[in-house]
Ligand binder design. Structure first.
Ligand code: 3LM
Length: 401
């Protein structure tokens, strides 16, 4: 099934492996660690890559393979590789493409653990990283050196929702023959397809929207056949962060409702963002669906909607922000995102705590920023919960005065 079909259809059908044995509609879970060979010759032919077929769970599994094919179809790439976590995908994808002595240009603002990997661990391997403002083309071009191999970014950025121009990054990468890698977790393929703009590798934490139900840790990388084969034969096979068949099955189940879920996440988030932006106790709302947002002009060009996540600043002190979060009754205080439940968290002390305070400041991540992943509850109920907690914060302020 190709790109002529609509995304709602593709999420259900594209990449499905037909069960020829029993005609099962739902994908079978092949819960096996190894696969038997007809004879020694067949075993060695599979090891040599002369015959297609499965060998051993770390090298491939039919349930996991179906998820990979489904994701390749949704991201319009030739192939995909599945991992045991989003960070498994990030680390294996990067390390398959850089060696000792190479240089990476990365966005200064990234998911906290990705930043930790690039800023702390890569130095131990002799891989140099320059962190730049990815909205600034001159700054990116100026950071590129003779030994630069990879350009790495997220859009929208976790946690401050800054939108980066995908076509601009792809053009820079082509001009300098760099491998471009984007983390597309915040948008999901339902809203954004970076391969269509020329990005080489697209990473997802499948833990988030792809699975969508807060019960799996998983990751995926989509790209060309050559790139995916390189990752599978090096950093996936030998470092071993593989996805389990049970988790692959859950993500496949999640994918079938991706479009409808994301549509509701987006419409709820748009309403919540408009409500918060108009509230006198909210200083600033970063949501790509608002006209006031830095990336609003790219809406409709590279992303089909504003997404389900926003970040905002409370008008008041850090203590006020903590009071606001602690007094929510329905929204849960939790990291992660893209689940049915509305989740709220404080990046500086949680998801982005691997950054030093000065690194957060340089990356434009304020100490008082609050991140909200808008869930699938009725939007009036979400707004009512936010409203009662903002009111409680105001009452407390009056008492203090
Ligand atoms: C979070 N993020 O709450 P896993 N890329 C992006 C991500 O947001 C994440 C990963 C990769 C959060 C997780 S923080 C302890 C919880 C853009 C994860 C990594 O390895 O599947 O968690 O994905 O922002």
């Amino acid at each position: 099934m190709t790109d002529s079909k609509h995304i709602e259809t593709l999420t259900i059908h594209a990449g499905k492996i037909k069960d020829k044995q029993f005609g099962a509609l739902s994908t079978p879970i092949f819960q096996t660690s190894t696969f038997t060979f007809e004879n020694v010759q067949q075993g060695s032919a599979r090891f040599m890559g002369e015959e297609e077929g499965f060998i051993y769970g770390r090298l491939g599994n039919p349930t996991v393979r179906e998820l990979e094919l489904r994701m390749a179809a949704l991201e319009f790439t030739e192939d995909a590789a599945a991992f045991g976590s989003g960070m498994g995908a990030v680390s294996a994808t990067l390390l398959a493409n850089v060696s000792h002595g190479d240089h990476v240009v990365a966005s200064a603002a990234l998911y906290g653990c990705t930043f930790a990997l690039l800023n702390h661990k890569f130095a131990d391997f002799g891989i140099e990283v320059s962190f730049v403002d990815m909205t600034n083309e001159n700054e990116i071009r100026a950071a590129i050196k003779e030994n630069t191999k990879v350009i790495y970014f997220e859009t929208p950025v976790n946690p401050n929702l800054v939108v980066i121009d995908i076509a601009m990054i792809a053009k820079i990468a082509k001009d300098h023959r760099l491998i471009s890698i984007v983390d597309n977790t915040f948008m999901s393929p339902a809203l954004q397809n970076p391969a269509k703009f020329g990005i080489d590798l697209i990473i997802h934490s499948a833990t988030k929207y792809l699975n969508g139900h807060g019960d799996v840790i998983a990751g995926i990388t989509c790209g060309s056949k050559e790139q995916i084969e390189n990752i599978k034969l090096t950093t996936l096979k030998d470092m071993g962060a593989v996805m389990s068949p049970q988790d692959a099955w859950l993500v496949i189940r999640g994918l079938k409702t991706l479009s409808v879920r994301v549509e509701r996440h987006c419409s709820n988030a748009q309403r919540v963002a408009e409500y918060l932006e108009a509230h006198p106790r909210i200083k600033q709302v970063n949501y790509p669906g608002l006209k006031s947002h830095q990336g609003y002009s790219l809406l409709g060009q590279q992303m089909r909607s504003g997404g389900g996540i926003m970040a905002f600043e409370i008008e008041g002190s850090f203590d006020d922000a903590v009071h606001f979060m602690n007094n929510l009754k329905m929204c849960s205080i939790a990291v992660s995102l893209g689940d049915a439940e509305t989740l709220i968290q404080h990046p500086a002390s949680m998801t982005h705590s691997p950054y030093e305070p000065e690194e957060r400041a340089a990356a434009g991540i304020s100490e008082t920023l609050v991140r909200l992943s808008v869930g699938l509850e009725n939007v009036e109920d979400i707004i009512a919960d936010l409203a009662q907690s903002l009111e409680s914060m105001e009452n407390r302020l009056k008492q203090v005065i």
